[in-house]
Ligand binder design. Structure first.
Ligand code: GLA
Length: 366
C-alpha cells in the first residue's frame, strides 16, 4: 500500500501551565503536551464514507463533506473535522478510522481537541497533504466554533500541534506563534502533577461564552480590538470602575498575560522552582475575578499548597476539571494524601493524580 492509503496518527491532550482565558483576547499562554494521546488508525476507502469506531462509544458513519448538525455526540468531533477540512478546500477522502484514547474525558485536558487534531492529521494524511501546524489549528478551530458551536480560542489546537518533548509552548495568540521553552522539572527535583478533580463540570458552554462576551465588552469600552492592546493596565481598570463585574473579568485577563510573561522569563532563566507564586496568583485571579473555578477545585489548590506544592492552579476553561501543581519530588506523596483527605472530607469525589512531563505534539506514528 502506498503511504497515503493507510497509517496511524496521534495527538496528545494538553495541560496549560498558566495563561487561561487569554487566547481569545489575543494574549499569552504557556501550555504543554501531555504524555496521554488519542490515536487514529486509518485506511482510505474508495467511496466518500467515513466510518469511525472508538472503544466505549457507538460507531458512526457519514458521507463527506457533510454539514453542521449532521452528526452529534462524540461523532460531531470527527464529522466536524471532515466538514472543516472540506470548507478549507481539502478533498476529504472516505476512510475507516479506529480511534483509541487515554486522555481523560471532561477533565479540561483537551480530550476533544486531541480527537479533532488526530482525525485532522489522519484525513489530511490519507489525502496526501501535509498542512502546516498553525493553518491546521485554524481549520480545527472551526470544528469547535462552527460545527460543535463552542466559541473557544486557539490555545488547545496550537499546543497539541506545535508542542515538543521537553518543552513548554509559549503561545502568543495575537502573533499566532509558539516558541518552545525548555523545561526539565526532574532536573530541578520537581514534578508537574495533574490533579483531576473528577468534579462534574458546571454550566461549561454557556458560562465560557458569557466570559468571552464580557472580555469583548471590556475591550469595546476601552476602544481596543482585544484586551491584548491595553498598554496601561491601571488606567484601563479605572476606566471600567463603574461596572465591577466587567472590571474583574478584564483584570483577570490583563494580569494573567503579565504572569505568563513572568513565568516564561523564570523558566528560561532556569528558575522553574520560582514560578509557584505565579501559579497560585493565577488561580486566585480565576477564583475571585474571572469566577470560573468551583469549590472542589479551589480546595485542591489550597490543600496542595498547604501540603508542600510550590504553587497550583486550575487549568483550562474551568468550571470544574483539573489542577496543575508544581511539587518537589519528595512532597508528592504527602500532597496526594492531603488532597484526597480534604476532598473526601468535604464531600467531593476522590481526585486522581497524574505526574506529567512536557511530551511530543501531534504527528504521524506509522
Ligand atoms: C478551553 C478553550 C481554549 C481556552 C481555554 C481557557 O480550553 O478551548 O481556547 O480558551 O479554555 O484558557
Amino acid at each position: 500500500m502506498s503511504d497515503s492509503q493507510s497509517g496511524t496518527w496521534s495527538a496528545p491532550g494538553r495541560v496549560n501551565l498558566i495563561g487561561d482565558h487569554t487566547d481569545y483576547n489575543g494574549g499569552f499562554a504557556l501550555p504543554f503536551a501531555l504524555p496521554l494521546r488519542t490515536t487514529v488508525t486509518a485506511a482510505r476507502r474508495d467511496d466518500r464514507t467515513v466510518a469511525a469506531g472508538s472503544v466505549g462509544h457507538d460507531a458512526i458513519e457519514f458521507e463527506t463533506p457533510g454539514e453542521p448538525g449532521a452528526v452529534d455526540g462524540w461523532g460531531a468531533y470527527v464529522a466536524g473535522v471532515a466538514w472543516a477540512l472540506a470548507e478549507s478546500g481539502v478533498e476529504v477522502p472516505g476512510a475507516d478510522l479506529e480511534i483509541a484514547t487515554d486522555v481523560p474525558l471532561g477533565a479540561g485536558l483537551s480530550s476533544s481537541h486531541s480527537l479533532e487534531c488526530s482525525v485532522a492529521l489522519a484525513l489530511t494524511g490519507l489525502a496526501g497533504l501535509d498542512i502546516e501546524a498553525t493553518e491546521l489549528a485554524k481549520i480545527v478551530q472551526r470544528v469547535e466554533n462552527d460545527y460543535v458551536g463552542s466559541p473557544t480560542g486557539l490555545l488547545d489546537q496550537m499546543a497539541i500541534l506545535h508542542s515538543r518533548a521537553g518543552h513548554l509552548s509559549f503561545f502568543d495568540a495575537r502573533a499566532l506563534t509558539v516558541e518552545p521553552v525548555e523545561c526539565d522539572p526532574a532536573a530541578a527535583g520537581l514534578e508537574l502533577l495533574v490533579v483531576d478533580s473528577q468534579a462534574p463540570h458546571e454550566l461549561v458552554d454557556g458560562a465560557y461564552a458569557e466570559r468571552r462576551r464580557a472580555c469583548e465588552a471590556a475591550a469595546r469600552r476601552l476602544g481596543v480590538e482585544t484586551l491584548r492592546e491595553v498598554d496601561d493596565v491601571g488606567a484601563a481598570l479605572d476606566a471600567l470602575a463603574d461596572d465591577p463585574e466587567t472590571q474583574r473579568r478584564a483584570r483577570h485577563v490583563l494580569t494573567e498575560n503579565q504572569r505568563v510573561l513572568d513565568c516564561v522569563e523564570l523558566v528560561r532563566g532556569g528558575q522553574l522552582a520560582d514560578i509557584g507564586p505565579l501559579l497560585s496568583a493565577s488561580h486566585a485571579s480565576m477564583r475571585d475575578d474571572f469566577e470560573n473555578t468551583v469549590p472542589a477545585v479551589d480546595l485542591i489548590v489550597e490543600t496542595a499548597v498547604e501540603a508542600g506544592a510550590l504553587g497550583a492552579r486550575m487549568t483550562g476553561g474551568g468550571f470544574g476539571g483539573a489542577v496543575i501543581a508544581l511539587v518537589p519530588v519528595e512532597r508528592r506523596a504527602a500532597v496526594e494524601r492531603a488532597v484526597t483527605t480534604a476532598a473526601l472530607g468535604a464531600g467531593h469525589p476522590a481526585p486522581s493524580y497524574l505526574p506529567v512531563v512536557p511530551s511530543p505534539g501531534a504527528g504521524r506514528d506509522t
